[in-house]
Each structure stands twice: as C-alpha cells, then as structure tokens.
Design a protein around this ligand. Structure first.
Ligand code: SAJ
Length: 412
C-alpha cells in the first residue's frame, strides 16, 4: 500500500517513518525543499528522542522518500500546522493548500485522513468542498476520516504506538478503513466515531489541560495575595483521592495547548466563557513573572539577569509559543540592563546564548529559572549571594545557602 503524508513536522515525520518501518511505501511531502532534501539524505530537522534512528531506518529500507508535491497513492494523510491568527482565529491555509494538492491525485477507493488538530466541522466544511472538485463523493467514492494526534512532544514515538486513538469517519466505513491503516502500528485501543466528534474530542483534551493549568495559575495569584505557598497548598490538596491540581508556571507554551482552546472559542464565542478566561489567565503569566523580577531588582539593586530555559517545557528543544520569549525580550529592551540567556537544548535563537551553566551562574546577580530542564534540576552550583527567581518551584525542597534570596511564583 502506498501512503502520501503531507507535512513533515513533529507529527507527520514520526508517523510517516512509523508507517515505512511497518511495511508501507511512504512518500513524505513538504513545501519546504530543505526539509525534503534532508529527509532524502536520511537526516531530520527536528529533535525528538529516537526519531533520527527511525527516519534513517525508514529511508535506508527504501520505503520512504520525500518530495515537494504529492503523487497518486492509496491513502493521503494531512499533518500540516493549524496555527492561530493574531485575532485568535484558526489559520486553515495549510490544511486548504494540502487538500488542494491532493485534488489532482485523488482516485476512487482512496482514503484521506486529516491528522492536524482542527476546528470542529473541518472535514465537513473545508476538506469535502475542496475535494468535490474531483467529482468524487466522500463516503461513497473515497473515504475520509479525522484521526487526531495525541502524542506528547518528547515521547512521540512511544505514544504513537501506545496511546489509544480516536478515529472519526465521515461514514462508519470511512472510520473502519482508517482504523485498518493505523492498526499497522497502534497498540492502544482504537475508538470509532464520526468526524466532527473526533475533531471536538481532540480540542476538548487540550482545553481540559489549559483550563486546569489556568486554575493552578489563578490559585498562585490568590495564594500570593493571602500570603501562603500555592505549591504547598497544591501538594496537600492533591492528597485527596479525587483532586488532581495542575502546576502553576510562567505560562502555557507549545503549539497545541496555547492554541487549540481558541478554536472552541471561535466556534462558540458566547458559550465558551470559561475556556476564554483560562486562555487569558495563562497568557497573563509572563507579565506576572516580569513583575516578580522587577520587585526583586527594586529590592536588591541593579545587576546582570540570567534567564534559564527558552523552550516551552522541560527537556525538549521546541521553543514555539514559549512564554520565556516575552519575558526575556522585556528585559533585553531595558536600557543598561545586562541580560544573559542559557538553554542546554536550544542551539539557535533570536538571543545570544551562553553555553556554560556554571559560568552564567557566576556572572549573574539574578538567576531566573523559567524551565526545569534536567541539567538544572540535577546541578548543584554555588548560589551564594545570588537572587533566585524561581517560576517553577525548582528550589522548593532544596537547601539553598542562607545568603541567597529566593523569590518564588505563587508564594509571598
Ligand atoms: N504546563 C503548566 N502546568 C502544568 C502542565 C503544563 O504550566 O501543570 C505548561 C507547560 O510548561 C507547557 C504547556 O503547559 O508550557 C503545555 O505542555 P504540556 O506538556 O501540557 O502539553 P504539550 O503541548 O507538550 O502536548 C499536549 C498534550 N495534550 C494533553 O496532555 C491533553 C499532548 O498529548 C497532545 O498530543 C499535544 O498537546 C498536541 O499535539 O495537541
């Protein structure tokens, strides 16, 4: 069976290589020629544990290659980005372009799968109308289904295989055809439903997380006002058998949780009030961190500020929508304020990066921890005399030297 995977990013590339190593002939398609060239050389453009080895194996087996345009295939999988616009609307231009690219190649009996996280009714209102240019009818002449991806960056390969999967078909047969395909490597349970329910389900999963993180961030603000530690409150409340509070932090980053809830808000603006409020609370966290740093500087006087962690979460190299950026930019713009930036996983960014953690600690007066990368968690540098701004409670349980000053988000 020949598969065409459109979009070779964090989801498309792992899925394409997974299919290739399970016996399918796979053509990976990406509009960026440099990615296509890299892939054909067996190299990858993103960091993900185990992915380089899998891609190399897929290309070496001769079953995976890449191109900038699709070819006739048995199945087409759309795995392109669905970002948000400045006004928090869904930008569906990549999905439209990818669907239009399939039109010349779609044949009776083909299977089309949308993997990209999409607003409800995308299959019905975007994909079907575009593919109707072929004269073929969804559910009768070709099969169409939505199989949202649910993998956690940093654990993509493991979760692609192990996670349960929701598959929503335009007809029940469409869902069954998609299930038969994913069964090639999915070991989790596969649940079949209709396409719009699958679209909603995926958005609801990430919204659940966003709203829970917003609750934690709001509790951090309440605890600061009352004069208690949110970290201790959460630790103790979570000892209740039915309470599972999330963790406050400098904000919600990544290309999923900070984005997907807006699709629900756009679809039902008058109804999705809690969802919108949660987004706004989480987007307000970087400003809370800035205020905390400013309060520390007012108390302890001027000095170089070091920021640790640029990625959107620990132990990945992905910086998309990372809350660290507005925070660092804010202090970079301040006249006469020396700023040092460090991240063990990021090779290039808009800021000059220093590589040696110990040296950065030695040079700075203020140490702002934004991401709890493993090297930070496991290190024991000399913090004496430093002012530490801890946004993730890394130092809650650690004995710090008595002459260092600790400011923690969610604690007065
Ligand atoms: N965060 C907090 N507090 C928490 C948990 C997370 O502030 O208690 C922050 C993180 O620091 C990060 C952001 O939230 O900035 C998102 O990180 P994450 O680990 O919660 O999620 P993602 O974006 O890496 O992956 C999510 C996952 N969705 C769910 O857990 C419901 C993943 O399964 C999805 O496949 C992925 O989105 C996606 O692609 O949609």
């Amino acid at each position: 069976m020949k598969l065409c995977v459109l979009g070779l990013g964090y989801i498309g590339l792992p899925s394409a290589s997974m299919f290739a190593t399970h016996g399918f002939e796979v053509l990976g398609v990406d509009v960026r020629p440099e990615i296509v060239q890299k892939l054909n050389n067996g190299e990858i453009h993103i960091e993900e544990p185990g992915l380089a080895t899998l891609v190399e194996a897929a290309v070496k087996s001769g079953r995976m290659r890449a191109s900038v345009s699709p070819e006739p295939s048995d199945a087409f999988i759309i795995a392109v980005p669905t970002p948000i616009t400045e006004t928090h609307g869904a930008d569906m231009s990549y999905v439209r372009q990818a669907t239009e690219a399939i039109v010349p190649h779609l044949r009776p009996g083909n299977l089309v799968i949308l993997e990209s996280t999409s607003p409800p009714r995308t299959c019905a209102d975007i994909i079907i109308p575009i593919l109707s240019a072929t004269g073929l009818i969804a559910g009768r002449d070709y099969h169409l289904a939505h199989t949202p991806e649910r993998v956690l960056p940093g654990q993509i390969l493991k979760e692609l295989i192990a996670n349960d999967r929701i598959i929503g078909g335009v007809t029940p047969l469409c869902a069954e055809k998609a299930r038969d395909l994913y069964r090639a490597f999915v070991q989790g349970e596969i649940f079949l439903t209709d396409a719009t329910t699958a679209e909603m389900t995926k958005l609801v999963e990430n919204t659940f997380r966003d709203v829970n993180i917003a609750l934690a961030n709001e509790l951090a603000r309440v605890c600061e006002k009352i004069g208690t530690s949110v970290w201790e409150v959460i630790r103790l409340a979570n000892r209740h058998p039915r309470v599972r509070l999330h963790t406050p932090g400098p904000g919600v980053g990544g290309h999923c949780i900070a984005v997907d809830p807006w699709f629900l808000v756009e679809s039902a603006p008058d109804e999705a009030r809690l969802i919108r409020a949660a987004r706004e609370i989480n987007d307000g966290q970087p400003a809370r961190v800035m205020a905390l740093i400013e309060r520390a500087v007012e108390t302890h006087g001027p000095g170089p500020i070091a920021f640790f962690g640029l990625t959107y979460k620990p132990d990945v190299d992905d910086t998309r929508e990372s809350p660290s950026f507005p925070i660092v930019r804010h202090f970079m713009k301040k006249k006469g304020q020396p700023v040092i930036v460090h991240d063990p996983n990021v090779k290039k960014s808009e800021f000059p990066l220093e590589k040696d953690f110990q040296q950065v600690v030695a040079k700075a007066r203020y140490l702002v921890f934004l991401v709890g990368h493993r090297p930070y968690r496991e290190s024991a540098p000399d913090f004496s005399g430093k002012v530490i701004i801890d946004t993730i409670n890394m130092f809650g349980g650690r004995g710090l030297s008595p002459d260092c000053h600790l400011y923690t988000l969610g604690k007065r």
